[in-house]
Design a protein around this ligand. Structure first.
Ligand code: FES
Ligand code: FES
Length: 166
């Protein structure tokens, strides 16, 4: 236990190592910090969005060991030793990830606020093999809300990307 200087109340600190977008970090944070806040506030990876902050919208979706999670619902410390991929880690060597290109080709966004979460979820959805039909894609992407209602284009982008290597 240690005193958190920003908060006079005793709070537990957590120190752990985690890989983020291929880079290993040793992190020290309040043990109550969510993965979302660690990424946005401490690592300044602000591509991952905070929509509802309570597991309802999917804007905060990232991959942890290849599986999609709502980072607002996960304690940062529980990623000890894990590999986290955020939207900033999707493109490689200046080349867009095929799912990113598919979203552009299908015009699958309007304001773009939900898009990082949609993209990360789409990568997970394709890897999981839930792309057999439009209905299946919509079902397995249903945790990602788009208030601009770009759902038809998003489903089309996921379907198009499913045929490519992801
Ligand atoms: S911000 Fe995490 S689900 Fe909405
Ligand atoms: S593109 Fe605006 S919320 Fe989805």
């Amino acid at each position: 236990m240690a005193v958190n200087e920003k908060n006079p109340v005793f709070s537990p600190d957590a120190t752990f190592d985690v890989e983020v977008n291929g880079e290993r970090h040793v992190v020290n944070c309040d043990a109550r910090t969510t993965l979302l806040d660690l990424l946005r506030e401490q690592m300044r990876l602000t591509g991952t969005k905070k929509g509802c902050n309570r597991g309802e919208c999917g804007a905060c979706t990232v991959l942890v060991n290849g599986s999609r999670v709502n980072s607002c619902m996960m304690l940062a410390a529980s990623t000890r030793g894990a590999a986290v991929t955020t939207i900033e880690g999707l493109a490689k060597e200046g080349e867009l990830h095929p799912v990113q290109q598919a979203f552009i080709d299908a015009d699958a966004f309007q304001c773009g606020f939900c898009t990082p979460g949609q993209l990360m979820s789409a990568v997970g959805c394709i890897r999981e093999g839930h792309t057999g039909s439009d209905e299946e894609i919509r079902e397995w992407m249903s945790g990602n809300i788009c208030r601009c209602s770009a759902y038809p284009q998003i489903a089309a982008a996921v379907a198009a990307a499913a045929g490519r290597e992801v």
